[in-house]
Design a protein. Sequence first.
Length: 582
Amino acid sequence: MATFSSSSSAYSSRINGTGSNWLHQNTTSKQPPFTKLNFSLQQSSTSKAVQLQHGVKVSPAKTEGILKDGVNFSVTLPQQTTDIATFDLNKESSTVSITVVGASGDLAKKKIFPALFALYYEGCLPKHFTVFGYARSKMTDAELRTMVSKTLTCRIDKRENCDEKMDQFLERCFYHPGQYDSEENFLELDKKLKVHEGGRVANRLFYLSIPPNIFIDAVKCASTSASSANGWTRVIVEKPFGRDSESSAALTRSLKQYLDEDQIFRIDHYLGKELVENLSVLRFSNLIFEPLWSRQYIRNVQFIFAEDFGTEGRGGYFDNYGIIRDIMQNHLLQILALFAMETPVSLDAEDIRNEKVKVLRSMRPLRLDDVVTGQYKSHTRGGVKYPAYTDDKTVPNDSLTPTFAAAALFIDNARWDGVPFLMKAGKALHDRRAEIRVQFRHVPGNLYNKNFGTDLDLATNELVIRVQPDEAIYLKINNKVPGLGMRLDRSNLNLLYAARYSKEIPDAYERLLLDAIEGERRLFIRSDELDAAWSLFTPVLKQLEEKKIVPEYYPYGSRGPVGSHYLAARYNVRWGDAASDQ
Ligand SMILES: NC(=O)C1=CN([C@@H]2O[C@H](COP(=O)(O)OP(=O)(O)OC[C@H]3O[C@@H](n4cnc5c(N)ncnc54)[C@H](OP(=O)(O)O)[C@@H]3O)[C@@H](O)[C@H]2O)C=CC1
Ligand SMILES: O=C1O[C@H](COP(=O)(O)O)[C@@H](O)[C@H](O)[C@H]1O
């Protein structure tokens, strides 16, 4: 299947083949909004049928039904197309089976099944697809459907024909109980998959939604006993990808015993978030930002993640990892790489991932002095007692695992030399947010300095990219307060998504699942990126553990340890989220 998307305000294309490249993009109209793409069929085999959706036209007209190999054709989009247009070049002859391994688990219920349903509802899944749940729990197909329907609390809930669509979706959902290390059980799954595939080209996606200690067993069995014989087989792997450089490299080596790198889709769901996707658009398609994107104008950059709840229910997993591995080494570092990378040669996955690796490899490994850790303690507010991290029964009473960390990182390259990149991540804080804050330098020789009082830092521009909640991009500027005097204030140029766009924002898992089905790797982590990411954090993680560094305790629901402010102050930085006009 090949898809591309277009809209009146942005234009882009995503062209992928099924198995091998069915389509080759020759030219794209240069006029935004783009309206035309020219393709030629590359695969020298049988003719392909073309299905076009959303009023997309194909020319020449005779290609409408059957396309012959080597035929050039062009596709015209309606000017205002905002939806994804879907081509299915071999729709009658191929099918996609998505097996959720660990289907009885938390992530499967909370994210994966709802995302699959949303994709189905939006018409983004191929004509022929099947969803299989696989886990050890005993369940029938009907029981899986009940479980899925009960947990399909997703953005689609209130939409037209939701119930009807849900019933249709559930008819495509099946379950096979089995052990994760049993080739025999995976062979049984293979047999069932074959029945549903009905002799078509069989593409198979396995989503490993299981604890990391059983990844390799499951990959081994899936690849040896349930790989597709005539289509592609891909595996989505959930984090954690190891605990440090060594264990991550060992995991990669083991995965590569059974899979090629291009079959492995390492998911970092923050890369699927709308505002993170938009980061490159903001930087590379607006003349006003890219020239400012360097040490010359940027004073510091902050990546902030906060949750207003603790590890509830996931303490067992969390205690072995801690907040640095859970959030910083992956989600925040991935955003940092996209933020700081050089302009990629193109929007192709490999070009983008090459630039991300380069910037990660230009970074200094984090030093112990540049980290502050914290752990939440019990706190009573309004008569309600909020638990300490160690109150979780799955967490040892003497655990030193950080639930909060702040860190200062540096990129030793020409663009970013000396600019502090600060990260802060914590659970059980006073609010929930994820954002990027870019604080600009002072205006040299500012004529209005005297209007700002003594604290010039408060008067510098700040660009905030709020990833969640209430997605927004806003720029703090200085402005004259209307009137006869000369009083200045700080105001926001504010792009609040909910006010600007009526369209709801898809969940990150929808985008990533669709990309994995289409073979688009841009938003997945390549193994060299992972190595580079681990080498930045592994030394400090080891020191924290070996030296048994005691975290600073902070009350549940507070703003976190004071130490994070001292760390920022050492680099002349003030956390943007602490300001009153945030
Ligand atoms: N939950 C979340 O919000 C997030 C999870 N992740 C990652 O996604 C993956 C899945 O997470 P989640 O759904 O929370 O995990 P769960 O702990 O819910 O496990 C998923 C399923 O795996 C099976 N399982 C659990 N423990 C074991 C075990 N020790 N041995 C064998 N099988 C076991 C169980 O199925 P059964 O007993 O039926 O076989 C369970 O339903 C993990 O790698 C996690 O780190 C990543 C980001 C967020
Ligand atoms: O990967 C993880 O992410 C969640 C936060 O994800 P969000 O999309 O809800 O912001 C976090 O709670 C969890 O600890 C971590 O493993």
